[in-house]
Design a protein around this ligand. Structure first.
Ligand SMILES: Cc1ncc(COP(=O)(O)O)c(C=O)c1O
Length: 356
């Protein structure tokens, strides 16, 4: 079936008790056992498993083409995958342009547990091949990258990965535009806070892997660390997922109009848009002034919701990479184009730029 059909139905079976079309939100911490060790499926305690979460995990797995596990944030998902795959002494290849929190996790937390890393511009596949060593256990790909929106050739990375595990942060592309497992990657990771949830009303994360044995390890970390999403958050993400294909088309239409305007606007340089999704970045000497003057584009971190957001990465989302190889320019503005009327978004930017 086509993606649009799968996304509407993914993970949804009528409730077994009352046949409600949308399954219940199982807002519970535990499950009654008629006898010791007797319970339905694997539902004994809600950190280990919860039916609302299981429905979302099934949906995420269906859409990315693998086995899904949900987390309480994108960072919890990233942490779970890296710790499920890597051990002390392992080497990780990171992109030189990536979400600041991912860099911080590896650089400030995981290196204390014996993980080493190198950063490389992954659009340069020769440089990537040179960065892979005998101890490289994981190649972490982010594409399009946050915030510079570089697109990495996932299949090209896989060809040069040797025996390393390849994980792709698919947050910006979403499975509408890119399905890493179909391209040969071992895992897709998401901040479902963004496009998958799509309404800026919850924080969450997901890991989808191909190999059942890796899936078991990810689930083991999920249960051991316990960074699980609550049932209501799972419900919200699952509800958001059902319009993902429509929203992504509208985000792209907004971005296309915004990019056409910015490419002609005075003082604006290096307008970047991968040609899909709603993420746009550009440089302007008055980056902070523009971000503070827009009215429809709310000045806020995050992205991927139906409403438009603007931010200055160097001062906001990417403050943690300042001084590292992943540092971003101070005059960079990042837009998350929402699904409002594109002409209203352009008018808002025109007004904000007019004063600059
Ligand atoms: C590409 C990318 N990956 C991961 C994350 C982390 O996700 P979360 O904020 O849900 O922990 C973010 C957050 O902005 C992101 O942009």
């Amino acid at each position: 079936m086509k993606f649009a059909t799968r996304v509407v139905h993914a993970g949804l079976e009528p409730d077994p008790t009352y046949r409600s079309v949308i399954p219940a939100i199982h807002q519970t911490s535990t499950f009654a056992q008629p006898r010791v060790g007797e319970f339905v499926e694997d539902y004994d305690y809600a950190r280990s498993a919860n039916p609302t979460r299981a429905a979302l995990e099934t949906a995420l797995g269906e859409l990315e083409g693998g086995l899904g596990t949900s987390f309480s944030s994108g960072m919890a998902a990233t942490h779970a995958l890296i710790t499920a795959v890597c051990s002390a002494g392992d080497h990780v290849v990171l992109p030189a342009d990536l979400y600041g929190g991912t860099f911080r996790l590896v650089d400030k937390v995981l290196t204390r547990f014996g993980i080493t890393y190198a950063m490389v511009d992954q659009t340069d596949l020769d440089a990537l091949a040179a960065a892979v060593t005998d101890t490289t256990r994981l190649i972490w790909v982010e594409t399009p990258t946050n915030p510079l929106l570089n697109v990495v050739d996932v299949a090209g990375v896989i060809e040069r990965s040797g025996s390393a595990f390849v994980a792709v942060d698919n947050t910006f592309a979403t499975p509408v535009n890119q399905r890493p497992l179909e391209l040969g990657a071992d895992a897709a990771v998401h901040s479902v806070t963004k496009y998958l949830g799509g309404h800026s009303d919850t924080v969450g994360g997901a890991v989808v892997v191909r190999d059942p044995e890796v899936h078991e390890r990810v689930r083991f970390v999920q249960n051991s660390v316990g960074a699980v999403p609550g049932p209501f958050d799972c419900f919200l993400v699952h509800r958001g997922l059902r319009t993902l294909h429509l929203r992504m088309a509208a985000h792209a239409a907004s971005a296309e109009a915004v990019v056409a305007f910015l490419r002609e606007a005075d003082g604006v340089s290096e307008v970047r848009w991968p040609g899909f999704s709603g993420m746009v970045s550009f440089r302007h000497p008055d980056a902070i002034g523009i971000a503070e003057r827009t009215k429809l584009f709310t000045l806020a971190e995050s992205l991927g919701g139906v409403e438009s957001l603007v931010e200055v990465p160097q001062a906001m989302t990417h403050a943690s990479v300042e001084g590292s190889d992943a540092a971003v320019p101070a005059d960079l503005v990042r837009l998350s184009c929402g699904i409002e009327a594109p002409e209203d978004l352009v008018a808002d930017l025109r007004d904000a730029l007019a004063v600059a």
